[in-house]
Design a protein around this ligand. Structure first.
Ligand code: 6SG
Length: 219
């Protein structure tokens, strides 16, 4: 098992995952943007298929996230935990409910993408690209209703779901570079997110750039 460390090792955050952006890209972006450091435990395919780790994971899957002695699985639960910890969950319960709804919407879009990547890339890509605007339009409308798209996906402060949405949008743009062109608010949103100093330096880091987007080399 290869261990790589962040700039300092004093925090209790540890991400255990395969050498991909995948399900950990959003939590890494959140941590970097919030000025946090963390440790990476990178699990190879051999270690995963032959070692004992899988049987210790609650659902037999990675990522695993440690915050001191708190051990979590499920990427969206990890994001929610970080959302509560760093006040990235809106200003009240109503905001939190909307942010949860948006998180589930992003998850649906992510699952469509992941299913294409891992199960039907060659045969399904053209149709996926054709249907993509109907998904993106939903988020364009959400942005329109929130300050005419001048801010975040909900309210006027960043929330954990912004990192997840931003991550999926980056992946979709890799798949179809023109997919955001007909959506000015989403395009502006991506521009603003990637200009945030903490995110910008993370996106320019070797760690980010050298890590494959997905586990099967497709993107
Ligand atoms: C795969 O699906 O990376 N976890 C994945 N796969 C290994 O034995 N709902 C949760 C969540 O949100 C989904 C977890 C997710 O956290 S992520 C997992 O654990 C298993 O099920 C995508 C990813 N893929 C890289 C990878 C996994 C299998 C094939 C490629 C490890 C690397 C290579 C083989 C095993 Fe591999």
């Amino acid at each position: 098992m290869v261990t790589r460390c962040g700039t300092n090792n004093m925090t209790g955050f540890i991400i255990t995952y395969f050498n991909v952006r995948g399900r950990c890209a959003a939590m890494r972006m959140l941590l970097a943007d919030q000025g946090q450091t963390w440790k990476e435990v990178v699990v190879s395919m051999d270690e995963w298929s032959s070692g004992p780790l899988k049987s210790t994971c609650v659902f037999g899957q990675l990522p695993k996230f440690e915050d001191g002695d708190l051990v979590l699985y499920q990427s969206n639960a990890i994001l929610r935990h970080l959302g509560r910890k760093f006040s990235l969950y809106g200003k009240d319960h109503r905001d939190a409910a909307i942010i949860d709804m948006l998180c589930d919407g992003v998850e649906d879009m992510r699952m469509k993408y992941v299913t294409l990547i891992y199960t039907n890339y060659e045969n399904g890509k053209a149709n996926f690209i054709k249907e993509l605007p109907s998904w993106l339009r939903c988020f364009e409308k959400v942005l329109e209703k929130n300050g005419k798209g001048s801010e975040f996906i909900h309210g006027n402060q960043i929330s954990f779901v912004d990192y997840s949405l931003f991550d999926v949008l980056l992946n979709l743009r890799l798949l179809d570079p023109s997919c955001l062109k007909e959506f000015p608010l989403l395009s502006g949103y991506v521009e603003r997110m990637q200009s945030r100093p903490g995110l910008k330096s993370h996106l320019e880091s070797k760690e980010f750039l050298q890590r494959p987007v997905n586990g099967n080399g497709k993107q």
